[in-house]
Design a protein around this ligand. Sequence first.
Ligand code: CAA
Length: 394
Amino acid sequence: MRVGIEALGVAVPPTCVAMEDLARARGVEPSKYLDGIGTWRMSVAQDDEDTVTLAAQAGHMALTSAGVPANDIGLLVVGTETAVDHSKPVASYVQSLLGVGRRCRVFETKHACYGGTAALQMALDWIRSGSAAGKKALVICSDIARYGLKTAGEPTQGAGAVALLVSDDPKILSLEPDRTGICSTDVHDFWRPLYSKDAFVDGPYSVQCYLDALTGAYEHFQERNPGVTTDSFAAIAYHVPYGKMARKAHRQLRAMEGDLTPDASFEALVGSSLTLPAQVGNIYTGSLYLALASTLATSPLSLDGKRIGLFSYGSGSCAEFFAGTVTPGAQDRVKKLGLQSLLDHRRVLSIEEYEAIMRERDGLDTRPAAPAPADTFRYLGVDAHRRTYLAPNS
Ligand code: CAA
């Protein structure tokens, strides 16, 4: 049975920061953020947006682009590390915003940036096992990455969501859930204690943990896929906390294969995957899938029928290297989503506006609910400790 991604949806806030502006405000050479980190724009969420609204927007795009009614969904999972409640899952809010029916398993998954991949792999197995009974799964990766003002992690923030419609009719990518490579270790490279809105990170150690996990997952992948090398793929999408990390990852894999000039293959195999992430920043669970969307939307090559590699890394840590085959026509389907135009239509914030938004975010969890225009999915505020939302034209 073929299983995989039938449709994609992407959501980003309507505002962003230009990294050269941020660099100047922080007294840093702009080339450090643009080239050293590899990000040009960083998405910044507005006060009526959160993990729920971004997830709903992305889910809505995936369903409408596929022409699939919400009632066809039998499994709705949101992978996130920036949830809005300790008990109620983001997925429950999304269920009502999208009008998904009651005969559906609805929950949230967490393992840092790996949470979405955990949900995707589970969804693939759910379909392969027959439990889906003709229904489809909607897996949504949604996060607002926040390290805090003037921290080393600040230029690696971002906000956005990617939704994956998963079914036995994979019009985008067929996946191979029985041949993935996995590596998990208990490490403290990046975490967010219950009392903190901002992530804690040991930056250089987190880079090393990512690379160690990549090595472990790729070795396992090669054991399960004898003879496969990075040259077996037409493209590779890595988890992208920032563009330079993908370059370090690619160097690592090529070095493992004895390549003395690992950068020589970077542009051809990885370059297209970074076009969209470089304009959004880190979106944690969704970063790998934004890199996949970027590959399909911007690669100059025809990837029809070609195998591509994917690497997911979640701090803490759990990592998975897996592969899929691009369905003929997938690139046109993803191009029709107009993702570059979505990014082009964002407003670039001044650094003063960005800093004010960052300072106000802590108060949003207790802001009293207030009416808002019903032109998109919106977070209205809190009413008797209950978060309230609005769907377009509801
Ligand atoms: N022009 C061009 N390049 C420059 C430069 C300049 N003027 N100045 C510095 N650089 C380069 C540096 O040489 C360096 O490149 P290399 O890594 O290739 O050596 C790069 O810019 C970054 O410089 P620093 O290492 O000095 O940067 P930093 O101390 O500010 O920290 C960071 C960078 C560790 C990524 C930090 O931003 C951070 O902690 N980010 C959050 C953690 C993170 O994203 N970790 C990734 C792995 S964990 C993961 O993937 C999970 C997840 O999503 C969080």
